[in-house]
Design a binder for this molecule. Structure first.
Ligand SMILES: [Zn+2]
Length: 154
């Protein structure tokens, strides 16, 4: 069997360039692969990723999050993580049901402080290192900040 038996030729959906993809050992997986229509070559994938990163970066700057520093590859990854983590905070904030007006104000301040802490994190590496942060982790930090607002050290 020649090398070609292990590859399948596809066409990039964006630039129509033909390129080969590696076939799997499993027949079922290959059927799926042969049926797949949306292929993108490495060049178009890279352009797409760069555009997505630029969009995320702009969206984050619009809400006061600075540009990240690091290698291009790290920034691409970190911007995605940052978007996911910010969504987790928003989800948490929206899911809280606080009846008491004073507590509501404290909670709101705590979330502001929490976001301010994240605004200081400009290294792509920090976001990558913290990619596994859960809603629970975020909730604990916000609660710590809220506790400090309730009992000011004076
Ligand atoms: Zn292409």
């Amino acid at each position: 069997m020649g090398q070609d038996n292990f590859t399948h030729t596809v066409r990039c959906k964006t630039c129509r360039t033909r390129f080969k993809v590696q076939l799997f050992e499993s027949h079922a997986k290959n059927l799926f692969l042969v049926d797949k229509r949306d292929w993108y070559c490495d060049k178009c994938k890279k352009t797409y990723a760069n555009n997505q990163t630029a969009k995320l970066s702009q969206a984050h700057q619009a809400i006061g999050f600075p540009e990240l520093t690091g290698t291009r590859k790290m920034i691409t990854w970190a911007e995605k993580i940052r978007a996911e983590l910010i969504n987790k905070v928003k989800y948490l904030k929206e899911s809280l049901r606080i009846e008491d007006a004073d507590e509501q104000e404290i909670s709101s301040q705590a979330f502001d402080q929490f976001f301010d802490e994240w605004r200081q994190e400009t290294a792509a590496k920090w976001w990558i290192d913290n990619r596994k942060m859960t809603v629970r982790d975020i909730s604990q930090r916000v609660e710590t900040l809220a506790a400090a607002i309730r009992k000011p050290t004076d």
